[in-house]
Design a protein around this ligand. Structure first.
Ligand code: SF4
Length: 77
C-alpha cells in the first residue's frame, strides 16, 4: 500500500485547489484564451476572465502564464 507523507498532504491539497487569477493588467490580447480556452475567455469589454471549472490542473494554465505579454495571470495562493 502506498503511504502518503503527512507533511506533503497540505501542500498537495493546496496545489489541487489552486485557481488562476487575471489582474487588471490584462490588455485583451487573447493568448491565454487561445492556449487554455477551457479556462479563460474574454469578457464583453475584451479582457480575460477565468471560467469556473472544478479543476484547473492540467489545463495549460502555466503555458498561458508564460505567454501573457503583461504578466497578468497568476495562481491564487
Ligand atoms: S494573455 Fe494576458 S494580456 Fe492576453 S488576454 Fe490573457 S491575461 Fe490578457
Amino acid at each position: 500500500m502506498t503511504q502518503i507523507d503527512p507533511s506533503k498532504v497540505a501542500e498537495v491539497a493546496a496545489t489541487l485547489k489552486r485557481k488562476p487569477i487575471v489582474s487588471s493588467a490584462c490588455i485583451g490580447c487573447g493568448a491565454c484564451v487561445a492556449i487554455s480556452g477551457d479556462v479563460f475567455t474574454l469578457n464583453d469589454d475584451g479582457y480575460s476572465i477565468v471560467l469556473e471549472i472544478p479543476d484547473y490542473e492540467g489545463k495549460d494554465v502555466d503555458d498561458s502564464i508564460a505567454a501573457c505579454p503583461v504578466s497578468a495571470i497568476s495562481w491564487s495562493k
